[in-house]
Design a protein around this ligand. Structure first.
Ligand code: NAP
Length: 239
């Protein structure tokens, strides 16, 4: 589905933020094992590159599947970068956003326990009121969509809140919904030198998949990084 809300790739002119996905996958395209367990795919240089991307983003988003599997803190790790953000009048960490229709985010999640900065939980109207109330003690709540979070409306809302550059850190289902709805501008993929295998192991993009009319990409850059390759893609508009 094409997204009529995008006017070019300029974050200033679009009704939604500039959205990019950052991911690390194995040589066979898997982003985790069949147990959906996070595994080390890239090395320290790629981690540092990811830290810089986090630092320069206005917000970082993950799906609830990733939050439950990996319990990521999504914080900026380098002291210098945190300091750089503070001197710009920003919090050490960009706002951290979870897409979580049913308000399942555990209160004990590292995104709440680690680091300063705003947290946002995007829920749907089907989320149990009690769970939403409880999460509102730790995070701002945005409620959009009937059964699952309406991602297009969510992006518009984030833009209204001053988020111009949004980094998405997975997982496979959220990536599919964003890409297949024309809501992604660029994808960074680190391809590591391991094979994970497994028919049910998550890949960069899962979801229903296309049978035709595939999303097409244009290569922006390709460079060797440690024992893998970093690919940067532009997602072509279907307009
Ligand atoms: P996910 O994409 O992180 O989250 C998907 C969930 O988000 C959905 O099941 C849905 O759950 C919720 N959601 C709410 N509204 C949605 C919408 N409109 N569209 C899509 N999702 C929506 O989960 P996943 O596919 O299971 O991926 C998790 C796996 O990816 C883990 O194994 C993790 O380790 C891996 N991962 C790897 C990397 C990497 O770079 N290697 C990065 C991130 C994650 P509800 O209906 O309950 O809300």
């Amino acid at each position: 589905m094409a997204n009529p809300s995008i006017i070019g790739n300029d974050p200033g002119k679009s009704a939604r933020p500039f959205v990019f996905i950052n991911t690390a996958m194995s040589a066979d395209g898997k982003i985790a094992t069949i147990e959906r367990r996070q595994t080390r795919i890239s090395g320290s240089l790629d981690f540092d590159r990811m830290d810089e991307l986090r630092t320069s983003s206005d917000a970082i988003m993950v799906g609830i599947g990733t939050l439950i599997s990996d319990n990521p803190s999504l914080t900026v790790k380098s002291k210098e970068r945190k300091e750089k953000r503070r001197t710009r009048g920003l919090s050490e960490n960009p706002p951290r956003i979870v897409v979580d229709s049913m308000a399942r985010t555990p209160a004990s999640s590292d995104i709440f326990l680690k680091g300063e900065g705003k947290r946002i939980i995007a829920v749907s109207k089907s989320a149990p009121a009690e769970k939403v109330k409880n999460l509102s003690k730790f995070a701002d709540i945005i409620c959009l969509g009937e059964k699952s979070v309406d991602l297009e409306k969510l992006l518009f809302e984030l833009k209204k809140r001053g988020i111009n550059r949004l980094m998405v850190e997975g997982g496979a289902t959220l990536n599919w919904e964003l890409i297949s709805n024309g809501l992604v501008d660029e994808i960074y993929t680190f391809v590591g030198n391991i094979i994970i295998g497994g028919k049910t192991a998550p890949t960069l993009v899962d979801g229903e998949g296309y049978t035709c009319d595939f999303s097409s990409l244009a290569i922006i850059s390709c460079e060797r990084l440690e024992d893998g390759v970093l690919l940067k893609w532009k997602v072509n508009s279907k307009l």
